[in-house]
Every structure is written in structure tokens, then in C-alpha cells.
Ligand binder design. Structure first.
Ligand code: AHR
Length: 493
């Protein structure tokens, strides 16, 4: 029996709702087909944005949406995506499959999507191949209220009022696809470009600098030292690959056994080391924790589904992805003093998606269900949870069997999220609640007998949350029986 103690008086700060952010790039079928079908499509839509996907995503209470990339951002020239759609230039999407980009989804369409979702926009600007002037004009176009060339152009394109633009990224992966820069060079460019990302009227822009690729600690060191005082956030990108190998086989999304399951979750847990070590560097330059660590790309990256365009990064999503999501979200909660935003890659049809589409069909993935179950933690107060996880061991290598986080919401309800990583063994817990009068427990569980269970267009509800019957109060404590390979969220009231 594993002993656990939740201290309801031990509030450790707010879990920012922005940890539940999403990312949508002009990549494969994420924007086109997945979100944008155009007003003339037979697929029911609102101003070109498909209704089924909108409706599903609205339920997740997505707080922030990052766009237009990714690698696409550093080749994107925003002026190509405004004005009458038929006059917008058609071009090649060089990064992602070399397919045509017709620019029908541009600034107005993205900001409308955000409005329809109730999400705040996070735009990534072009440092790699764009000019300072272009970036300055984009912010002016979106946010300036007075008389100016860009504000007037926006009005001519049909939008009178400025939009709010709370988040702006100055480049993306400038150590790689965004220009192959050295940190010293990018730090100077960041200082330069961000100067012209202006706060017009009441619009205060939270400026995010391009941060490190996984364990590139030198990047964080140089950026914090040379440009820390000019930024509000510094990003971090880390993807989970089953093999951990970027240059060979990454591993199938659906064809795997216990060994690959274990390896993948082990790679997922590496996120903790990355957060801790990047935070240590940030703490030295910013002890007050003013600069947020913004994990604006994370999730599972597999080999693409057989027969699909390798440049489209289309992959299925199984119970394993549910665990990947749950583990990462628990880590983001537990390190929310420094981690202020996270954006899973990507929202639709690309990498670890919430929804998959095929023509007019749509399905919800296991990852969607975890985001739905976990959304109760948004803006809640993080609570201290004391416990010692048993080890989950395979071939002499051990990782923790459990991943856990807890929070209390504005109504005083405590939510406890538990992931049992073990592919075959359940876990029995006895949980004490200090400083809380909670006496009732209810919850949801996401699990399946098959590790690689997933939803298909033929069987869209193969993996779906069910009421959890494995928790009950006894002698003032909560007894919890977690099934193997499961994600559980409990409400204690
Ligand atoms: O999310 C897919 C790609 O991964 C993004 O375009 C890029 O930033 C990262 O390498």
C-alpha cells in the first residue's frame, strides 16, 4: 500500500491556465482541412472554420493558441495572408512537404479562430527570414487603434477595432530551422527585434524569446545573461520519441509492446530534468522568477502513419499518449513557479493531436480526453503531495511508477491527478487529506486492456473516459485502486 498525504493548507502558487495551451502550424492537415475548410466547403463551418472541430475544442477551454509555426513562422510573411483571399499569393511550404500554401488562412482568420475558441492568441514572428520592420508592422496592424498606415490597412480589410495580442514570440527554433544561429547572435537579434514589438494603447505584449532545444543549457545561459531583462518568457522545446533517435526510426505510434511503452514513458519523464536544469540557470539571473519558462512545443513524435506524406507528421494517438500527456501536465503543475505556459504540438492532425479528421469525419484522441479531464486544474492552487512512488522496472532500468499532482479550485474542491505508468500492475494507495473537510470522492479514469488502444473513424470511442469506481473514503482516508496503464482524475469535495 502506497501512503500519500495531501496538505490542503500547503498552497504552492497558481497553476497557470496557460499550461493548457495549444499549437497550430501551417503543417500537413493541421490548419488546412483540420481547422480551415473555407466558407464554400460542404463541411459545416463558421466563416470557413469547421464546426465539428470547433465544438470539440471549445470544451477544452483552450487558454492560448500559438500560430503560425514552428519552422513555418520563420518563413512566413504575414502580408501574404491579408486582403481578398483570391489575391493572396500562392507559394511553397518549404518545410512541410513542399506543398502549396495559398495563404487563405492568415491573420484575420487566425484571430477569428481564437475568438471562436475563447483562446488568447500567441503569434510567432519571423526572425529567420523577416525584417524588423515587418515584425513591427504586424504588431501595429493587429493592435494599433489610432491613425496609422497599418491600422488603416486593417480597417480597409474589414476590421475596425484592434485585436488584443497578449503573447508574441520573437522567432522560433533559431538554433535550427529558424536560422541556425549561435546563441550570442540570436541574443543580439532578440534584443533588436523585440524593441519594435510595441505595446500600443492598452495592449501589453508578453515577449517570448526563442529558447533551447531540449538540453542545450548553454543556450539558456547566454540568452538569460545577454537578453534576460528584455524578455518576459523564454521557450523550451522537448519532444518524446520512443527510440530517442531523431535521425533514424522514431518508433510507430500504434505498433509497440511493453518495452517500447516503458522506453517512451522514460523519455517523457526526462522533461523533469530539463525543467529543473533550465530553471536553475534562470534562477541565477532572475531569482524572483519574473521570466517564464514557456514550453511551447512538447508531445510525442512518432514515425508518420504508413502511406501518409512524411512531411505532414500525421500520427495516431493511443493510451500511451494519454500517459504522456498526463505525466507532462503533472510536471508542469508541479513546476508552475517557473513554467508559465505550455503548448502541446499540435492541435489537429499533426503529432500529438487533440482531434484527427478525415474528410468530414472527426475523432477525439486519448490526449483530448486527458486535457478534458485535467482542465479542472486551470488557475487552481497547486497543493503539496507527499508520497514515495514505487519503482517501475524493466530490464534493470527503473522509473517511478506514479506521476501525481493536486490542486484546489476557487470552490474549495481538491483535484488529484494520478498516472499509473506500469503497463501490467495496478497500484493501491491510501491518501490522507490534511486541512480539508472533504468527505466525498468522485472521478474519471482513462484506461484500456490494450496498451496501443486508439480511436479510429470506425470505432471513435474505443478509448474514452469512464466513471472511476476505484476510490472511496474509509476511516478518514481515501483508498485508491489504480488500474495498470491508467490516468485518473479525482474530485474531493
Ligand atoms: O512541431 C513541428 C516542428 O517541430 C515545429 O515546426 C518546429 O518548431 C519543431 O522542430
Amino acid at each position: 500500500m502506497i501512503s500519500m498525504r495531501i496538505n490542503a493548507n500547503g498552497k504552492k502558487g497558481t497553476i497557470s491556465r496557460y499550461l493548457y495551451g495549444q499549437f497550430t502550424e501551417h503543417l500537413g492537415r493541421c490548419v488546412y482541412e483540420g481547422l480551415w475548410v473555407g466558407e464554400d466547403s460542404p463541411i459545416p463551418n463558421t466563416e470557413g472554420i469547421r464546426d465539428d472541430v470547433l465544438e470539440a475544442l471549445r470544451k477544452l477551454r483552450i487558454p492560448v493558441l500559438r500560430w503560425p509555426g514552428g519552422c513555418f513562422a520563420d518563413e512566413y510573411h504575414w502580408m501574404d495572408g491579408i486582403g481578398p483571399a483570391s489575391e493572396r499569393p500562392r507559394m511553397i511550404n518549404n518545410h512541410w512537404g513542399g506543398v502549396e500554401e495559398n495563404n487563405h488562412f492568415g491573420t484575420h482568420e487566425f484571430l477569428r479562430l481564437c475568438e471562436l475558441l475563447g483562446a488568447e492568441p500567441y503569434i510567432s514572428g519571423n526572425v529567420g527570414s523577416g525584417t524588423v520592420r515587418e515584425m513591427q508592422m504586424w504588431v501595429e496592424y493587429i493592435t494599433f487603434d489610432g491613425e496609422s498606415p497599418m491600422a488603416n490597412l486593417r480597417r480597409r480589410n474589414g476590421r475596425q477595432e484592434p485585436w488584443r495580442l497578449p503573447f508574441f514570440g520573437v522567432g522560433n527554433e533559431n538554433w535550427g530551422c529558424g536560422g541556425h544561429m549561435r546563441p550570442e547572435y540570436y541574443a543580439d537579434l532578440y534584443r533588436h527585434y523585440q524593441t519594435y514589438v510595441r505595446h500600443y494603447g492598452g495592449n501589453k505584449v508578453y515577449k517570448i524569446a526563442c529558447g533551447a532545444n531540449s538540453d542545450d543549457y548553454r543556450w539558456t545561459e547566454v540568452l538569460m545573461r545577454e537578453a534576460g531583462r528584455f524578455m518576459d518568457g523564454l521557450s523550451l522545446h522537448y519532444y518524446t520519441l520512443p527510440t530517442g533517435n531523431w535521425h533514424g526510426v522514431k518508433g510507430s505510434a500504434t505498433e509497440f509492446g511493453a518495452k517500447e511503452w516503458f522506453q517512451t514513458l522514460k523519455h517523457t519523464l526526462r522533461m523533469e530534468e530539463l525543467i529543473v536544469r533550465h530553471s536553475e540557470i534562470m534562477d541565477r539571473y532572475d531569482p524572483e522568477g519574473r521570466v517564464g519558462l514557456i514550453i511551447d512545443e512538447w508531445g510525442a513524435w512518432y514515425d508518420v502513419e504508413p502511406g501518409t506524406n512524411p512531411g505532414f507528421l500525421y500520427q495516431q494517438n493511443t493510451l500511451r499518449d494519454a500517459l504522456i500527456a498526463g505525466i507532462n501536465l503533472n510536471l508542469f503543475h508541479n513546476y508552475s513557479r517557473r513554467v508559465k505556459m505550455a503548448n502541446i504540438a499540435q492541435m489537429v492532425n499533426v503529432l500529438q493531436a487533440m482531434v484527427l479528421t478525415e474528410g468530414k469525419k472527426m475523432l477525439l484522441t486519448p490526449t483530448y480526453h486527458v486535457f478534458d479531464m485535467y482542465k479542472v486544474h486551470q488557475d487552481a492552487e497547486l497543493l503539496e503531495v507527499a508520497f514515495e512512488s514505487p519503482a517501475y522496472t524493466m530490464d534493470g532500468v527503473s522509473i517511478p511508477q506514479l506521476s501525481v499532482s493536486a490542486s484546489v479550485d476557487a470552490q474549495g474542491v481538491i483535484h488529484l491527478s494520478l498516472c499509473n505508468l506500469h503497463h501490467a500492475e495496478g497500484a493501491a494507495l491510501s491518501c490522507e487529506l490534511d486541512g480539508s473537510g472533504a468527505r466525498s470522492v468522485s472521478g474519471k479514469v482513462l484506461t484500456h486492456a490494450a496498451l496501443n488502444a486508439h480511436n479510429t473513424f470506425e470505432k471513435p470511442d474505443e478509448v474514452a473516459p469512464a466513471d472511476f469506481r476505484g476510490a472511496a473514503f474509509a476511516d478518514g482516508k481515501i483508498r485508491i485502486e489504480l488500474p495498470p496503464a491508467s490516468v485518473v482524475v479525482l474530485a474531493l469535495a
